[in-house]
Design a protein around this ligand. Structure first.
Ligand code: ADP
Ligand code: S3P
Ligand code: MG
Length: 167
């Protein structure tokens, strides 16, 4: 269905890069986080607080599994890769692009992840989360974009270049 799905760690730039990419390609833009909030009529932070991280992951999996669009850029939330059904669906409806950054860059960019409402297990820190998730982002990606040292415009250009190379 010709969609482009962005995955990666929180702070990787999925939402920021995604909206610019949509403009450049003339696609629609969808942010899974906003879809979840709309369908649940609750803020992400309230869902995480009220349902716990397992409950949030289930809701995120359900919402992403039902996305039915075409010619859209879909910026997912960083924890989407815990939902197997969602990832299989997203891989079927488009090209999954992993925006990859080093741990050091993410740490600089993120500040306090606890305030950001990231799905963190008890006692887990950003490095633990990074090491746990990187293999999953890699597993589900059709294309990996190394966005280290790239500003938003450079990242958009690189994604467009990789998509064109792939076709
Ligand atoms: N390529 C980039 N270079 C520097 N900062 C960026 C870049 N992309 C995004 N940012 C900044 O990083 C933060 C997180 O970006 P965001 O798009 O919300 O990431 P995500 O949706 O992947 O969690 C924002 O403050 C954003 O302005
Ligand atoms: O990685 C995570 O655990 C999360 C990332 C958030 O989205 P972004 O990746 O857009 O920040 C959001 O889905 C939720 O707060 C959980
Ligand atoms: Mg986002």
């Amino acid at each position: 269905m010709n969609n482009i799905i962005l995955i990666g760690m929180p702070g990787a730039g999925k939402s920021t890069v995604g909206v610019v990419l949509a403009k450049v390609l003339g696609y629609q833009f969808i942010d899974s986080d906003l879809l979840i909030q709309e369908q649940e009529q609750r803020l992400l932070k309230d869902i995480i607080e009220e349902e716990g991280i397992e409950g949030f992951i289930q809701i995120e999996n359900k919402v992403n599994s039902k996305i039915n669009v075409s010619h859209s850029i879909i910026a997912t939330g960083g924890s989407v890769i815990y939902g197997e059904e969602a990832m299989e669906h997203l891989r079927e409806i488009g090209t999954v692009i992993y925006i990859k950054l080093s741990y050091e860059t993410l740490e600089d960019r993120l500040g306090n992840i606890k305030q950001r409402g990231v799905v963190l297990k008890e006692g887990q820190n950003l490095l633990g989360l990074y090491n746990e998730r990187c293999p999953l982002y890699q597993k589900y990606a059709h294309v990996i974009v190394d966005a280290e040292n790239m500003d938003v415009e450079n990242a958009v250009e690189e994604i467009v270049r990789l998509i064109n190379t792939k076709q």
